[in-house]
Design a protein around this ligand. Sequence first.
Ligand code: GDP
Ligand code: ADP
Length: 374
Amino acid sequence: FDKTDTTVGDKTYVISGSDGDSTSLGVRIFDESTVQWVHPVVLGTKPRACKGHSAVLLNKDRILIIKKGASPDDCTWFLELDTQYVRDQKTMCGGNTEVVAWSKGMRGNVEKPVVISGPSGVGKGTLIAKLMKEYPSLFGFSVSHTTRAPRGMEKDGVHYHFTEKSVMEKEIKDGKFLEHASVHGNLYGTSVEAVEVVADEGKRCILDIDVQGARSVRRSPLKAIFIFIRPPSMEDLEKRLWARGTETEEQISKRLENAKAELEQGETSGLFDHSLKNDNLEECYQRLKEHLGLDRSVGAASRPVSGGIDLPVDHSVSKLDNKIIIDCGTPELEKASKNLILDVSCLNGGAPGRTRGLDLYAIDSFSDGLKEGR
Ligand SMILES: Nc1nc2c(ncn2[C@@H]2O[C@H](COP(=O)(O)OP(=O)(O)O)[C@@H](O)[C@H]2O)c(=O)[nH]1
Ligand SMILES: Nc1ncnc2c1ncn2[C@@H]1O[C@H](COP(=O)(O)OP(=O)(O)O)[C@@H](O)[C@H]1O
């Protein structure tokens, strides 16, 4: 029977593979203070049920789940109990509802995503296109959802996911978005999936979002670099919008009106790590590359290690500081037992997407030293 109990304060989190729907792991909470069972709101993608699992409490705010006999890309998960994301979601639910959130554990890290903001027409799209063209294997674009109509050359799923307002609002409610904002009268948003698909390819994600979106991402579990692009002057900005020729006069006025507020916030809020003036395009592009560490020799941006973990079907676990020791069974005589150590000291990201930075080592119990595994 696949079930674990993890107690934090008055609450015991019971995770089991045979609760309610049997296709995914279920969560129930027993509250000692009220002597009652609670069914929490469960956010994020739930892990599929499995032959068995181990649960290890980390930092008193999340439970690491190690599944038995699961495929390498599906064996480590985190149930977040009291992380910033969960606390924010609890507040949104009115504060009295129990909320927990699933996040999938991934090995290795990818470089921090890059958030690029700035007023409409400043040249964000142009700069991003240059970057993606020069470094197609290093960068991937976060494809946002929007309720605005596609422009002539824009393709659904490439430039944006063009969406109905009601559909998008429902998905926002379901917790599928990292951030969303109303910009120039339309709804825009970055789905959790949009960022994860890029990271899963081992690429650094670029987000082209407005200042409100940047502020939301700052508060989210996604650790990113924030870059603001500003025009040489409002006159230049207006000229560029007219030259692009994709908006009506009315839409251009709205964009210029919003630009004033965005420029003010971009310059003064302390939200951005860097602010770049896009006067001469080539010069601005070179400075952008410097901030991303691409001015050094080609390939300076290290390629990330990511992917799953190959764990044995059966094991038991114990915890020592930031290391989870996975005991893979009694060694046969004269054979070293191949125990594994899962290092959780460098975790980042988190619900409702992926928790990255898990590291795995093999230890040979017959030798003294640690030996690096696969
Ligand atoms: N918050 C947020 N803003 C977005 C998103 N996608 C695009 N934007 C912003 O929405 C604004 C309008 O974008 P767009 O319609 O492509 O027009 P353009 O900026 O004039 O090219 C820009 O400031 C974008 O940075 C998103 O997913 N979230
Ligand atoms: N440094 C620059 N100097 C002059 N024109 C520029 C510069 N950068 C971009 N542009 C032009 O300005 C227009 C708006 O650029 P775009 O990349 O679409 O802006 P954004 O994505 O910020 O709305 C485009 O026609 C583009 O070719």
